[in-house]
Design a protein around this ligand. Sequence first.
Ligand code: IVH
Length: 709
Amino acid sequence: MSDGEAKDVEALDRDEARAELSRLAGRLASASIAYHRDDAPEIDDADYDRLSRRNAAIEARFPDLRRDDSPSLQVGAAPASGFAKVRHAQRMMSLDNAFEADDVADFARSVRAYLGLGPEEALPFTAEPKIDGLSLSLRYEGGELVRAATRGDGAVGEDVTANARTIGDIPQRIEGAPDLLEVRGEVYMSHPDFAALNARNEAGGARTFANPRNAAAGSLRQLDPAITARRPLRYFAYAWGEVSAPLGETQMAGVERLGAMGFEVNPLTVCCDTVEEMLAHYARIEAERATLGYDIDGVVYKVDDLSRQRRLGYRSTTPRWAIAHKFPAELAWTVLERIEIQVGRTGALSPVARLVPVTVGGVVVSNATLHNEDYIAGRDSKGAPIREGRDIRVGDRVRVYRAGDVIPKIADVDLALRPEGAVPFDFPRTCPECGSDAPREEGDSVRRCSGGLICPAQAVERLKHVVSRAAFDIDGLGSKLVEELYRDGWIREPADIFTLHETYGPGRARQLKNREGWGETSAAKLFDAIEARRRIPLERLIFALGIRHVGEINARLLARHYGTWAAFEAAMRAAEPQEGEAWDDLMAIDGVGGVMARTLVTTFAQEAERASMDRLVAHLDVQEAERPATEGSPVAGKIVVFTGTLEKMTRAEAKARAEALGAKVSGSVSGRTDLLVAGPGAGSKAKKAADLGVEVLGEDDWLKLIGDA
Ligand code: IVH
């Protein structure tokens, strides 16, 4: 069946229907395997949905022709991770944070500057509570709810449609909506519902939840929707993703439109004309916080004018047009019992405070981070005093605070209550795990174990990183199991994960299925989960290597630049710090700085590291990187300079737009410049460009070139 020729379902005869159901079963099964198991979609979500709906429509007309392997029976046939994955049509973003009134004023100023607004021009913002729940995207097609997905990593979330359908605040059908509408909002649990759920669970001997947010997350992510249905979840809509027609001209109008369609929208959403009004609304929401009946952790401000939102656009993970003004962190006093040193993946020695348990904002806290030796000693990394120079000692009464989900911190110490005989903390100079020296390099704020791969703590942390969600994401192989398998010598380095089946699978002397707590089925399941991850996108592999400074975003930049593992590896081997073509090429990647580049190059120069990577990669099928979104852009890779006055946009906006299209924006004209965009008043740069034979465009021609005219 070529999709374009599909006949109207009403016009199909029995034989045609039978044949098509068979084709659809095959096609959807193959698409589903490609997507879930292989992470390599064959068709996009919309096509998948369309085929599923066609399958359902044919079955509705010929119920007796429904096949045993029909895709309509596969709902809930959970893939390895429990939930199917959904690629969001538009990324789900997070928000930048403001903590002080000054941060809010700075935010408004930067928006003004970006948009080139004069001080007299109005710049309204909406202000509304920041709900402390979990975000959920709802996709409506033709007014019908077709898909609900969690945020996940922003690009790919989990399909929780069946569960979302059980939430009363989420309409199954909406009237007066554009044909395609993705509603974005927050799932949360109210205080009374949370208390009742915990009381019920406690009485029944089931687990209780630490806070409403955890309860909401745990309830939404239930594999059995019947359980979700019994949990009292609610939903506030506050934004949208893909839409086939605009919801309005302003944020406020858009939200009101969602309200009219039947969504709950937060009644404390207002429009403010000035920063003073925004701060006044913040104060009002903070004052009402305790009586709202649900958790909020701040106020979100959004540029009201949607055309301005579009112009402002996004940084890598956050919009330029919104900010979250967080409430101050919650505080409590307790006693510091011990300081333990943990050794991380990159060898960093991190001091952890073990505390007499204390409740901070509804959560019991017994550990907090102490950052590094300077922090304990009462100074910052430049030697300037913090806490007026007060150090932290074992036995001290300390003030703990936590903001949101982050690890609690120690803010202060009460010297009046310091026990007699308390001594300054002596920070170790050797690794507590392997005894190697732990020097502190110039400019580094932490000591690092120099043991590298021989340090068991580093090795095990690296393994945990390898199996983590943003890396190999191996279902069923979590931190605890990694620790056990490492301890028993079954897995010593990443490559061992992929030979586990060979060494501890069927027919071997020692077998996974014979370990305590394991059996035939669970072992086979883990082997399958590992097998499923042999095929891995390049960016995940680079991230999984756990090289310092190479987080998810940098890994993606590297993957997109080099395309294949072979090219990446060859370039890293060829590069030498500060010189040569390979180094220049690496440094030319937008977003790659000297520190990261040096770490990469020195890591690849270490024989043992390289051998370990080689052993790992030998077991993998590494997928080429996705082509960058700038593919086909007329300015991708070009060096562009702006000069003179731009009339249609500000310099910041022009720069962001050019960079989003893959250009590199430079401040000065040189022989390497590809293009000069010159507005009125262009002076020496235009002349230099002319002398060097660099192409010069006016603003309008530039906009035409990039398709924005
Ligand atoms: S707007 C592109 N509005 O906070 C901006 N987010 O820390 C989309 N959140 O991921 C978000 N209340 O889950 C927005 N009134 C609100 C919110 C809100 C809670 C969550 C949301 C987001 C997270 C960022």
